[in-house]
Design a protein. Structure first.
Length: 317
């Protein structure tokens, strides 16, 4: 399960309709630029979209998503689509995959299990998320990609298990610190022929330009130098989840979510993109998200033990 995430509020400006059409790149269809002066392009699938927006020299790719929830429509998740479509395309140059999850540390006793259950309940995570994470770990291992989970200490578990507002803040602090720690440490440990690291988590933590007040919960600044200033932020938005989320539905590009049958990219700023996925009932999404299903439990185990803390780890706020 992806334990914590939050929706982004990329900007609050009113949309300005621009009628001119953009130059047509090879093998893509281009829509009018409906979101201010931002580039909007269509692709047949997620793999081709990522190939177009992630430069070959990228060292660190931060993937964000709107997490699936039990109180939102049942859809083919962004996580499943990443596993089935994006991972095979990225794998030839991918050394490390960091996931916003943890394995329950039995040495911390009952408080570790209680904290995990508290977070699952508060973020309303579907039972399918754990099995989808397990499938991503398995597929990554098959491609020779090393998978890393967050490290959670006993004191962290005790803070999270309280289940109050302070516990949510503690979880956000922990998530940001751990994704930033791993994102900053791993680019130096990639194979020459596989120079890419991917960090997969919630669509708030990878913000290159965070919403004012949410800056402490983005790891982007902490990893910029370690990525040789190549860090790329990409948010995957499932239409049904985006339209059900008030903050996302208020964005200028949200109009493109309705009836979407292809993969649409919106360039927000330099090295910052939103990728709008096809609706779950469309032909473009057929065949995605298939895999084993399991009940809610501990987070999927990574393919190797979590890495020890790196000296460059950002401070936990």
């Amino acid at each position: 399960m992806l334990l914590v995430g939050a929706c982004r509020q990329p900007d609050q400006k009113q949309p300005v309709v621009v009628e001119e059409r953009l130059p047509v790149p090879t093998s893509t269809i281009v829509r009018p630029a409906l979101v201010e002066d931002r580039e909007v392009r269509e692709f047949p699938d997620l793999a081709s979209a990522l190939a177009a927006i992630v430069p070959p020299g990228t060292r660190l790719l931060g993937i964000g998503e709107l997490h699936a929830r039990t109180d939102r429509p049942t859809v083919i998740s962004a996580l499943a689509r990443f596993t089935n479509e994006a991972l095979p395309a990225l794998a030839p140059r991918l050394s490390h995959l960091v996931l916003e999850t943890w394995t329950v540390d039995q040495r911390c006793g009952e408080v570790a299990t209680r904290a995990t259950e508290t977070i699952q309940r508060q973020v309303r995570r579907p039972a399918s998320t754990q099995s989808e994470l397990g499938l991503l770990v398995e597929r990554s291992r098959d491609h020779g990609v090393k998978v890393h989970a967050m490290q959670v200490g006993c004191d962290d578990y005790r803070a999270i298990a309280k289940g109050d507002d302070d516990a949510i803040a503690a979880m956000l602090d922990l998530t940001t610190a751990e994704l930033g720690r791993l994102g900053a440490a791993l680019p130096a440990r990639t194979a020459r022929e596989r120079p890419l690291v991917v960090v997969y988590g919630g669509a708030m933590h990878n913000d290159r330009s965070p919403t004012p007040g949410l800056e402490p919960w983005s790891y982007a600044a902490a990893v910029e130098a370690a990525s040789d200033h190549t860090f790329v932020e990409v948010d995957l938005i499932v239409p049904e989840l985006g339209l059900a989320d008030p903050a996302t539905a208020s964005q200028p590009w949200a109009r493109l979510l309705r009836g979407n049958q292809r993969v649409v990219t919106v360039r927000r700023a330099e090295r910052s993109y939103v990728v709008l996925l096809p609706e779950s009932g469309t032909k473009a999404s057929a065949g995605h998200g298939k895999g084993p299903r399991a009940g809610v439990g501990a987070a999927a185990a990574p393919s190797e033990p979590p890495e020890p803390p790196a000296p460059s780890a950002p401070p936990r706020r």
